[in-house]
Design a protein around this ligand. Structure first.
Ligand code: KG4
Ligand code: ZN
Length: 334
């Protein structure tokens, strides 16, 4: 089965055709991040206008070598996301479904991040039950997946998402948006002899008896540090390094705890922060100590695109009549 997936929840416009949930036949992504850089964060109105401008060219390029008969169904990310951006993809998908007479599957954008792990054709499928960590710009969640369609939400952030914390701390340190890769780069610049740091930042909720997260205290600790006389003592590289250590420690500790408790056969990670090298290496090491394989998508599939939406729809094939589908900016896990 070939599914056309559409993703327009934020600043990426992604359209893709995926066969049987695993094989990418065509995928085009356009990203408006450069337009937002001068504002040091996403401006919803700018993102929505850019979605309107590029959706048809991106769609046209994706389906260039295909005819409507080559496609069996349409999938679209219906939320969570920015309402103006979401509407562009959702209404485009509804029109295509109607005109081509194809089933339409609404997809939770966050599930798309998880299904990036099914798009690696040359590797084995993740084994159930599994623990999934979603770490994106807007969300941080831990899920238990007994099977496709059998999902239990274990916990999530009480305030800032992991990516949001990276972005805000980057901004405090005078780095451009998006902050995650910038913090990672700065932390890597810390020379080995300086890694015996005296600076210690909090690791919020690391020992709490649940699977929730909180990163705003960590961000505030960096704000206070930058505004104190200590800022002269500690370099920006040192702060970036210690911040990254703290956030990764919390994410790894909670994920490993969940995997142990629920006897997971695999751990999978998705979302923009899954591109972080320290997170990738630390979680892999801790997982292997427990004998649990840890999977991360290739870097290009960590961020938003249409392939992951098509894959999620294939493994959870529940079509809905177009007139019943709406953009759901606040969609979460029920
Ligand atoms: O999943 P995503 O593309 O967008 C949302 O759905 O929110 O994630 C974007 C987030 C941004 O906050 C960005 O700073 C973060 O992912 N990010 C990273 C890295 N690359 C992107 N965070 C840490 N380390 C990275 N290498
Ligand atoms: Zn995303």
């Amino acid at each position: 089965m070939r599914i056309l997936g559409i993703e327009t929840t934020c600043d990426e416009t992604g359209v893709a055709i995926v066969e049987d949930g695993r094989k990418v036949l065509s995928s085009i992504v356009s990203c408006s991040v450069e337009l937002h850089k001068k504002y040091k964060g996403i401006v919803p109105e700018v993102a929505a206008r850019e979605q309107v401008r590029v959706i048809i060219p991106v769609l046209r390029e994706t389906i260039y070598n295909f005819k409507p008969n080559d496609i069996d169904a349409i999938a679209v990310a219906v939320g969570p996301g920015l309402v103006g951006s979401l509407l562009v993809g959702v209404e485009t998908a509804k029109a295509l479904s109607l005109v081509w007479n194809k089933p339409l599957i609404p997809v939770n954008h966050l599930m798309g991040h998880i299904y990036a792990n099914w798009l690696m054709q040359n590797s084995k499928l993740p084994k159930f039950p599994l623990v999934a960590l979603i770490v994106s710009g807007g969300h941080t969640d831990l899920l238990l997946m007994i099977d496709h369609n059998q999902i239990k939400w274990l916990g999530g952030t009480l305030d800032d998402a992991a990516g949001e914390a990276f972005d805000k701390v980057a901004r405090i340190l005078g780095l451009p948006y998006p902050g995650g890769p910038e913090i990672e780069r700065l932390a890597q610049q810390l020379t080995t002899d300086k890694k015996q740091l005296t600076l210690k930042l909090p690791k919020p909720m690391i020992d709490s008896n649940n699977f929730d997260f909180s990163f705003s205290g960590l961000k505030t600790a960096v704000v206070n540090l930058v505004h104190s006389s200590q800022f002269i003592v500690h370099s920006r590289e040192e702060i970036a390094y210690e911040f990254q250590q703290a956030i990764v420690d919390v994410l790894v500790s909670k994920t490993i705890k969940a995997a142990g408790k629920f006897k997971a056969k695999s751990i999978i990670v998705g979302g923009g922060v899954a591109a972080n090298k320290l997170l990738r290496s630390r979680l892999t090491v801790h997982g292997s100590q427990l004998g649990i394989p840890v999977r991360f998508p290739p870097i290009e599939l960590c961020t938003d695109n249409g392939t992951v939406i098509a894959s999620a729809a294939f493994f959870n094939f529940k079509p809905v009549p177009p007139e019943k589908i709406q953009a759901q900016p606040g969609l979460y896990f029920s």
